[in-house]
Design a protein around this ligand. Sequence first.
Ligand SMILES: O=C([O-])CC(=O)C(=O)O
Ligand SMILES: [Mg+2]
Length: 261
Amino acid sequence: MDYSYLKHIRKIICIGRNYAAHIKELNNPTPKQPFFFLKPSSSILTPPVNVESIDNIGPENCTYSGLKSDGSNSGKILIPRGVKVHHEVELALVMSQNVSNASKDAFGPKELYDSISGVALSLDLTARNVQDEAKKKGLPWSIGKGFDTFLPISGFIPKRDLGDPASFQNAFRLKCEVNGVTRQDGTTDLMLTPMHEIVQHISTVMSLESGDLVLTGTPAGVGELHANDTVTSYLYHGDKLLTKMTFACAEKPGPYEFKET
Ligand SMILES: O=C([O-])CC(=O)C(=O)O
Ligand SMILES: [Mg+2]
């Protein structure tokens, strides 16, 4: 697995509410235009070297000291005290070109395809009760989305494995299982805003730079993760499994505890 692409990230942009059934399950309003938020690169977590070793990775190793020289940062998903952590499986785009202030008529599926080097499978982990409080109080989502280990992400999948620009939008299926039970299973043809429009829109606000990641929103079925759970996600292109990743969850040691104020 190639994680070296993670060393070139300058920002991680995540689209919210891009699948109708997920909007409905959280009783959220449908956005009139795409909205997005940022996740810090310190939340990156890569899969363990082999799944058999998963039980041997202790949560004691819970301070972040940067990515390893190969771009990896393997470990467990850490559940902060008092936090309801939700899994959100998402397709991530890996940008390979700068896209700045693109206009709608000049940026279609082909331009999107030309501006990425490939994709990755990701989990936009969300501290749902922290986010709920932030929503209620009109505060930012940075805490709810940004804890360490809140961006489990796969190795790089180059675009040569991904068909042509015309079929790209509808080609993927995302799945997430917790302890062997399927929680999320959705296809990218269900996105409310297609990927070329997402990137075009983002670029009118903040320019996308080579290396940036764009997470494209989650399908329905989000749910809670607890310490000792095992979460496995899958990314398919048509019927072909592109990648699969498995993580264990553990309580996060240290001083943080969420209490609604
Ligand atoms: O937290 C949320 O519900 C927004 C979001 O990231 C998504 O829809 O993928
Ligand atoms: Mg999300």
